[in-house]
Design a protein around this ligand. Structure first.
Ligand SMILES: *[C@@H]1O[C@H](CO)[C@@H](O)[C@H](O)[C@H]1NC(C)=O
Ligand SMILES: *[C@@H]1O[C@H](CO)[C@@H](O)[C@H](O)[C@H]1NC(C)=O
Ligand SMILES: *[C@@H]1O[C@H](CO)[C@@H](O)[C@H](O)[C@H]1NC(C)=O
Ligand SMILES: *[C@@H]1O[C@H](CO)[C@@H](O)[C@H](O)[C@H]1NC(C)=O
Ligand SMILES: *[C@@H]1O[C@H](CO)[C@@H](O)[C@H](O)[C@H]1NC(C)=O
Ligand SMILES: *[C@@H]1O[C@H](CO)[C@@H](O)[C@H](O)[C@H]1NC(C)=O
Length: 808
């Protein structure tokens, strides 16, 4: 007791001494007569940044700059990362009379030094409040006259005001390079730098291999970062001319702390400091999924992460170059034209939107041309494959032309920027007539879908290659790599489901500790667990005497074990040992959708872009169940609580305890026992026990309305929507989603669209049919069972809604 008291006293005196000591040297300047030693620091005038010698591991010491006001140590710049570190605490930083900064070790050898281009009378080094360490002639802090600045030598962090790009006059190049590891700041394998060929873009490389491309700047943002807007805290700037090309962030509010980092895994992340939580908020992270991998689908291939079959497809009018390769999920050879170009006798262009613009390495641009001039210039040159406006602001200006094959394209359904791709005129005629069919009658629409499917041969073959895809996907998908556990246990022959050992499961869940409990269902408890290899799992344990539970369990296993889709929760295995019945799933860190949308504060976290992604994901998952899965399944209990969210807020449909499969011919079932959740249940199911894909569509409609309607109606929403993209097209997207939702909850099942139509309707801008009266469960009795009767007036709110939808 006594010794610890003494300890505290000593500690107290030490910290007192330290604070006196620190305040006495709290200057922002190093002069020739006042070098700094290890343990001493300088602090910028406003107190934002601090410079000194730090040690990421116990052996090596580096000169660096970090945030002063932030409780989490965050180094933003390191001087001697490319040379040798200091090995003891005798390092000294001084300014020479030539205006050069030198870092010296115990022996007085120079470990690192800066440069200077000019002579100065009285050079000093000063740490500015931007985090920039500059060498200036004393009292002359005009940026034009800096003798040297650390902002010219970025490490892994881009602070507001720093530049990324190139000064053609001086030859200076600014790029980011990752740290080798969290405790080693020397340059790692990844770089993020300007590629000046063609229209400039930024590229993340691993060594010399392209990993990710920012895409071309379109006046507002890079094509590969469609969700970068809006900027409320900083303004991105991209400057390009003959003399210099660079990107920079400009702060709108000096009290905001934001940084862009190239992390040691090659991921570009934007962090902003959150004063409330005292932590960094991650607001952006690219590459964000497999589709961001450079050229993953080859030339003219487009990667769509929402595809139910596989990520890669061909652009419209293109087919896989080698169907064989495509079948085994080798997309590197990409796609080729179905109809060859006929340059002399007039090709044309088809408009595409919702994609990341192709690699601009072989491109040409002109800032003053109009889009019309751009088109005719492209048409004149047979190797010009696409064109677009250079700058989308003010209705579009300038011209960007692509030469040679178009590569590294991905789908960004929410991005409306347009690009025009060269096509044979015969191809353009055909797609026009298809479009006309599309606006025709219902029957024609089906014909259109069939025709277009037949035309997109690539897609069909993708469907055939499903099993191969499942195996191959592992190779392609980073997530897949850690997710698959087939090798872990034996597989039960019938279900191809890995078996887990009870001891393993008990171990992973701390012996089913109550602290690991995630939730409780009618059947038993759900626990969180961590396997020995670090993989997180969710463990559903059937309580010992639940017969109902056992049936649902079996049902779940039978249905889900054979399904593989990114929007369905993945069953990793099961454990049937002693008298235990346990299912093991992938773990979903963000809980379920109801956790977000029904909670006033959490609901704010879900902006429209995320909501729309969630809607699309659920629709894709359901479409897969209804149409594309081996079993063809009706879920029967679709609701917000059964939509789980992964760490990227991707939705995954879960809980197949009530699911039923049906044959191709049989599209409607009948049950005496109505199970499910009222509120989501279609009237024909709740009352007559009739279930079909259309009862799932109904539940989907309710979900869609819950997701979209709440955002829309709660007042704040329109700001939210607008703020989340800064583009009024979002408002119309919300209204469109609501409109589709209303179509899904129509009273008669025949009137409701099927899921493939829903997916089409959500993803296009075509005109939507007028919704009829919705079939709410409690209304059915009033209106009567004759569902074709529309004598009763629909309630006025619905009418208002519908008019509202039309007015926009
Ligand atoms: C300093 O010099 C001595 C001998 O000249 C050498 O052995 C030692 O490694 C040097 N230390 C550093 C830190 O360079
Ligand atoms: C210093 O300047 C010289 C010539 O201007 C250049 O070759 C060298 O790379 C520079 N060194 C640093 C560390 O910037
Ligand atoms: C590029 O260098 C020239 C000449 O030193 C200078 O005038 C110009 O401001 C520099 N541009 C940038 C963006 O630093
Ligand atoms: C700047 O940000 C701070 C804290 O986020 C806020 O209190 C202040 O009102 C903002 N100032 C302006 C001009 O937006
Ligand atoms: C860009 O287009 C304008 C208008 O057509 C033309 O006057 C100008 O010469 C072009 N610039 C280049 C570099 O081709
Ligand atoms: C077409 O454009 C390419 C790339 O700019 C150029 O090399 C070629 O000479 C052009 N061909 C014609 C006929 O203008």
């Amino acid at each position: 007791m006594k010794t610890s008291m003494e300890g505290y006293t000593i500690l107290f005196f030490c910290s007192l001494l330290l604070s006196i000591f620190l305040t006495s040297t709290a200057t922002d300047t190093i002069t020739m007569s006042q070098p700094i030693r290890d343990g001493e620091t300088i602090v910028s005038a406003g107190g934002s940044f601090e410079l000194g010698i730090f040690s990421p591991d116990s052996m090596k010491r580096y000169l660096g700059i970090w945030y002063k006001k932030i409780s989490i140590p965050t180094v933003v710049w390191v001087a001697n990362r490319e040379s040798t570190p200091l090995v003891d605490s005798s390092g000294v930083l001084k300014v020479t009379k030539e205006g050069i900064l030198q870092l010296l070790n115990r022996n007085g050898s120079i470990i690192w030094s800066s440069n200077s281009s000019r002579w100065a009378q009285n050079p000093v080094a000063k740490l500015l409040d931007t985090g920039n360490l500059v060498v200036i002639d004393e009292k002359d802090d005009n940026p034009e006259n800096f003798l040297w600045q650390s902002f010219d030598y970025p490490c892994d962090t881009l602070l507001p005001g720093m530049k990324l790009g190139r000064n053609m006059t001086t030859g200076l190049e600014w790029h980011l390079s990752s740290w080798k590891s969290t405790d080693n700041p020397s340059p790692g394998d990844f770089t993020y730098r300007l590629d000046p060929q063609g229209f400039p873009q930024f590229v993340v490389r691993d060594g010399s291999v392209e990993q990710f491309r920012s895409g071309p700047w379109n006046g507002l943002h890079f094509s590969g970062f469609p969700d970068q807007i809006p900027y409320t805290t900083y303004n991105p700037h991209f400057v390009f001319n003959q003399k210099e090309t660079y990107y920079t962030d400009e702060l709108c509010n000096d009290s905001v702390v934001t940084r862009l980092v190239l992390n040691r895994n090659g991921i570009i992340q934007r962090f902003s400091w959150n004063d409330q939580t005292q932590d960094w908020d991650l607001s952006q992270s690219v590459p964000k999924d497999n589709c961001d991998n450079y050229a993953i689908c080859g030339a003219y291939g487009s990667c769509n992460i929402g595809n139910s079959q596989d990520y890669c497809g061909c652009l419209k009018g293109f087919v896989p170059k080698s169907q064989q390769d495509w079948d085994i999920s080798d997309y590197s050879n990409g796609c080729v034209r179905r109809m060859p170009l006929n340059c002399g006798s007039g090709d044309g262009f088809t408009k595409h939107s919702g994609i990341k613009f192709p690699d601009t390495r072989y491109s040409w641009y002109n800032e003053s041309m109009t889009l019309k001039e751009c088109e005719s210039l492209c048409l004149k040159n047979c190797s010009c494959m696409a064109y677009t406006s250079l700058d989308v602001r003010n209705g579009g200006s300038g011209c960007l032309l692509w030469f040679g094959d178009l590569i590294d394209i991905r789908a960004f359904p929410e991005d409306k920027k347009e690009i025009y791709i060269r096509m044979a005129s015969s191809e353009i005629g055909m797609s026009l007539s298809l479009k006309l069919d599309q606006v025709g009658s219902k029957k024609k629409k089906r014909v259109w879908i069939i025709v277009s499917l037949a035309l997109l041969v690539g897609m069909v073959f993708l469907g055939l290659g499903l099993t191969l895809f499942v195996r191959k996907k592992k190779k392609l998908s980073r997530e897949g790599k850690k997710g698959h556990t087939v090798e872990r246990g034996y597989t039960t022959e019938e279900l191809e489901l890995p078996l887990f050992d009870l001891a393993t499961v008990a171990n992973a869940t701390n012996n089913f500790s109550i602290n690991n409990k995630l939730g409780q269902g009618g059947f038993g408890l759900v626990y969180k667990g961590v396997l020995e290899d670090g993989q997180e799992i969710a463990v559903k344990r059937l309580s010992k005497n639940s017969r109902q539970g056992l049936n649902e369990f079996k049902n779940e296993v039978i249905h889900i074990a054979k399904l593989q889709h990114r929007n369905l929760v993945k069953l990793l295995g099961c454990c049937l040992q002693v008298d235990e019945t346990i299912l093991i799933y992938e773990f979903m860190p963000n809980k379920s959708l109801d956790f977000f949308i029904f909670d006033h504060t959490r609901s704010i976290l879900l902006d429209w872009t995320k909501r729309f992604q969630i809607i699309i994901g659920i629709a894709q998952g359901l479409l897969y169940l209804h149409r594309d899965s081996r079993l063809r399944i009706i879920h029967r209990d679709l609701k917000a609580g059964n939509i789980l969210l992964d760490n990227k807020m991707n939705p995954k449909i879960s809980d197949f305890g009530l699911a039923r499969s049906f044959d191709e011919n049989e599209t409607e079932g009948n049950t005496k026992k109505v199970v499910g959740t009222y509120g989501y249940m279609s009237p024909e199911y709740a009352i007559d026990g009739l279930y079909s894909v259309k009862s799932d569509v109904f539940s989907f409609g309710v979900l869609l309305l819950e997701i979209a309607w709440r955002l829309y109606i709660e007042g704040k929403p329109l700001e939210l929507i607008d703020a989340s993209i800064g583009d009024s097209s979002n408002t119309s997207e919300v209204l469109r989603a609501i409109h589709v939702g209303l179509l899904c909850v129509q009273r008669c099942p025949e009137d409701r669209p099927n899921m493939s139509t829903v997916v089409l309707m959500l993803g296009s801008e075509s005109e939507l049919p007028q919704p009829k009266q919705p079939g709410f469960f409690n209304e059915r009795n009033l209106v009567g069972t004759d569902s074709s009767s529309h004598k009763h007036e629909p309630c006025s709110t619905n009418e208002v809604t519908i008019t509202l939808l039309e007015a926009r």
